[in-house]
Structure formats: structure tokens, C-alpha cells
Write a protein that binds this ligand. Structure first.
Ligand SMILES: Cc1cc2nc3c(=O)[nH]c(=O)nc-3n(C[C@H](O)[C@H](O)[C@H](O)COP(=O)(O)O)c2cc1C
Length: 219
């Protein structure tokens, strides 16, 4: 499964089967996390037993309590940490999809119960529930390309492909509050139109756009 295929297959999954992720896949995830942490200057952590991470009232209402494991997205609180978490965390989400796992980004979770290691200069930004889904989720309701993008002149194919992939990105409460602008010199700007956790969204959207522009490489 390449990155475009993983983007098309991924949907948030909030109900999980009880089985744990098997050792070989845990090893693959940990290896991927190591690589992404190095590239993104992050300290993301795979936490095998989600325990009481999702015991908030909202989780009981929305689901996620059944997730067997969780990824704690932690990093040094510099250089736009939220955006970096989105950009590199989404690569982990898509990699997980490609090895048969399901995920859900989760801004609502119990920061004490997750059991992450957070150093003095670090911040715990968000969690990602992970495991085998009871289902594969479903496509989200989406804005149109015109609602989230603007071009100074013609819209080249690579731009259209990037925007298409960006529209498939997960965003907090499915807000899709971003604008992708193509300038006359062919540079691309990503504008945060505000909203909850919208800088994380923007990092995710940037990665999806790049996958579309480049036509889908390996994960
Ligand atoms: C930054 C961020 C925070 C999110 N927080 C939660 C959450 O706390 N609980 C939840 O059930 N879903 C959460 N989601 C999942 C979104 O609701 C979901 O991505 C969106 O509805 C689009 O659906 P899709 O992921 O299936 O494409 C979050 C997503 C993002 C990107």
C-alpha cells in the first residue's frame, strides 16, 4: 500500500476489537516512531496498554475506550510543536493503516492516565488511539476543493492532486479550517483559519498535500 492508497483507506475508527497488536507489528511501529522522532525532533511514544487513557466522559460518549493501545505525541515545546506533531504523527497514522491497523487522533483523553514520559522542556500535545478496528470507519463529509483552495492563475494537476489529498485529511471535529493558496510563482501557502487544535490539523494537511503533489510514494 503506497501513501495515496493509505490516505484513501484511512478513516477514524472509534471502536476496537479486544485483541492486542501482535509483537511483530509493535516492533514495526516502534521502528517507525524512532525514525519519525528523529526527523521531526519529537518524542512520540507507543504505549501498549491504553489503560484508562480514554476514561473521559466525552470518550464514553464518542467511543475510543475500547482502543487497546495509544500513541502519546510529545515533543520539545519549540518550533511550532503542534504543526510538527500533525505532520509527522500523520505519517505514523498512514503507516499503521498500511500494516492493517486502525487509528483515531484524539484531543480528548486523560493526560495523567496515559502514562507518557514528558520531560521538563516537553509538552504532551495529543494522543492517537491505535488497534484493530471493529470496522474500518467511513468517509467524512467534506468541503469542496473551491472552499479550501485558491489559485492565482491556472490550477496545475499537481495542485489539484494535493488539494484532493488534503480534503481527505483528518481534522479536529472535521472542521477543515484551512486554506491552500497557489501563488503566481508556484509557491504554496497553507493558511490556518483558526479553530480547535488547528495547527495540528495544518501539519496533517501539509503532509497530505505533499503526498498528492508527489503522486504517492512508499510509507
Ligand atoms: C487534531 C485532531 C483531534 C481530534 N480529536 C478527536 C477526539 O478527541 N475524539 C474523537 O473521537 N475524534 C477526534 N478526532 C477525529 C476527527 O473527528 C476526524 O478526523 C474527523 O471527523 C474526520 O474524519 P476521518 O478522520 O474519519 O476522516 C480528531 C482529529 C484531529 C485531526
Amino acid at each position: 500500500m503506497n501513501s495515496v492508497e493509505a490516505i484513501r483507506a484511512r478513516h477514524s475508527v472509534r471502536n476496537y476489537r479486544p485483541e492486542k497488536i501482535e509483537e511483530e507489528k509493535v516492533a514495526l511501529l516502534k521502528e517507525k516512531i524512532r525514525e519519525l522522532n528523529r526527523r521531526g525532533n519529537l518524542n512520540m511514544q507507543f504505549i501498549e496498554d491504553a489503560g484508562k487513557t480514554f476514561n473521559k466522559l466525552l470518550n464514553k460518549f464518542m467511543g475510543l475506550g475500547s482502543a487497546p493501545s495509544v500513541i502519546a505525541c510529545v515533543g520539545k515545546d519549540i518550533d511550532n510543536l503542534d504543526q510538527r506533531v500533525g505532520y509527522f504523527g500523520e505519517q505514523l497514522v498512514l503507516y499503521a493503516q498500511s500494516i492493517g491497523l486502525n487509528t483515531c487522533w484524539a484531543g480528548t483523553f486523560n493526560k495523567e492516565n496515559i502514562g507518557a514520559e514528558v520531560l521538563d522542556d516537553e509538552r504532551l500535545v495529543i494522543a492517537i488511539a491505535i488497534g484493530y478496528g471493529a470496522d474500518q470507519g467511513r468517509p467524512h463529509k467534506s468541503k469542496t476543493a473551491d472552499q479550501v483552495s485558491e489559485a492565482a492563475g491556472e490550477r496545475p494537476d499537481w495542485f489539484e492532486r494535493g488539494v484532493e489529498m488534503a480534503l481527505l485529511a483528518p481534522t479536529a471535529i472535521n472542521q477543515q479550517k484551512f486554506l491552500i493558496k497557489l501563488n503566481a510563482d508556484e509557491s504554496v501557502e497553507f493558511i490556518d483559519k483558526g479553530g480547535v487544535l488547528s495547527q495540528i490539523d495544518l501539519g496533517i494537511v501539509k503532509y497530505h498535500f505533499e503526498v498528492g503533489r508527489e503522486g504517492g510514494g512508499s510509507l
